[in-house]
Write a protein of this length. Structure first.
Length: 323
């Protein structure tokens, strides 16, 4: 089994329907059944609808134990697939909407990471993530709280949500707060918007990684800029096909980006929504892009090198990759 690592995973988006249902029951909540598909998947029609279904499922998370269980469940499952490291995006705004404080949801995620390390030898770190369509002020607030309640496991700051409706430059202040506190920064860009979205992100935000960034392939000058600035792309091929960023793997630019000298990595994004797993993403790279074992290990290595984890832990993890 190839050793794996993952940089782009929305923790709330990792909840499979069975766990949503279990947690809902524990909290005396009823989840609308029209959000569930067959075989542990969700039903949604397009990107904006996906975001709404994601909000409905996340709505069951009501206390630290829910966050602990969600974190442990994902890390334990993905460790069975050969993963040694997951960087998890967590949304304090989703917690707040359910009456869970920043400190409480953080405590749950931290406990989940510790429990998973004890039982499954996998390491985890947190990227506090704001939601662009909740607005600039809310994003600044997430950045301020991240700095206020900084914990050694919080290593990064990120932003997801409606990319087309909310371009990145207006969020510069939120990123500045996180960056000045020493956090690594990443942002979703070049997923629902073309290369101009990535240009704006790397021009106005202190990012060393881009979530997705796949549409950078449309602009050779941008590819050169990504290369020159050593920016790593968090590529999620299964997500891109499910959300119809590309019609099929044959037209997906993973291999072309790599050939252009841009650092690429493999992640799942929101696995049950896109009917994927980390194993499947590595299998996609093998079957559709011809990656051999060395190229797959290169993806793992790229992930660890671009991760926001501390240097000592990174070296320990890289030693496990064995190349
Ligand atoms: N939030 C969760 N998944 C996302 C994605 N793929 N793009 C933007 N925001 C998200
Ligand atoms: Zn994402």
């Amino acid at each position: 089994m190839v050793v794996k690592a993952e940089l782009h995973l929305h923790l709330e988006g990792s909840l499979p329907p069975s766990l949503v249902t279990k947690i809902a029951k524990r909290n005396g909540l009823v989840v609308p059944s029209d959000i569930f598909g067959e075989n542990e998947t969700f039903l949604w029609a397009d990107f904006l609808h996906f975001l709404k279904v994601y909000d409905k499922a996340s709505f069951v998370l009501r206390n630290a134990e829910d966050y602990r269980e969600m974190t442990y469940d994902y890390l334990a499952r993905t460790a069975q697939m050969g993963s040694i490291y997951t960087e998890m995006m967590v949304s304090p705004d989703h917690a707040a909407l359910c009456g869970v404080s920043f400190e409480e949801h953080l405590a749950g995620v931290v406990q989940g990471i510790d429990d998973a390390r004890r039982d499954h030898s996998i390491e985890g770190r947190i990227i506090m993530t704001c939601v662009r369509h909740f607005g600039v002020e809310k994003c600044i607030n997430v950045a301020k709280n991240t700095v206020k309640y900084l914990h050694p496991y919080i290593v990064g700051f990120g932003m997801g949500g409606d990319e087309a409706g909310f371009p990145p430059a207006q969020f510069a202040k939120a990123y500045q707060i996180a960056h000045e506190a020493g956090l690594g920064c990443t942002v979703h860009a070049g997923e629902m918007v073309g290369p101009e979205g990535v240009w704006e992100a790397i021009t106005h935000l202190p990012v060393t990684r881009i979530g997705h960034g796949v549409r950078s392939i449309e602009d050779p000058n941008l590819l050169a800029a990504l290369r020159d600035r050593d920016i790593t792309l968090e590529v999620c091929p299964g997500s891109n096909i499910a959300l119809r960023v590309y019609p099929n793997f044959a037209s997906h630019p993973l291999q072309k980006l790599r050939d252009a000298g841009v650092k690429v990595t493999l992640s799942t994004d929101d696995p049950p929504y896109f009917d994927t797993t980390l194993t499947r993403e590595y299998a996609i790279a093998k079957e559709h892009f011809g990656f051999g074992e060395n190229e797959l290990l290169e993806m793992t290595r790229n992930s660890l090198e671009a991760s926001f984890v501390d240097a000592v832990t990174r070296e320990k993890l890289l030693a496990k990759v064995g190349i």
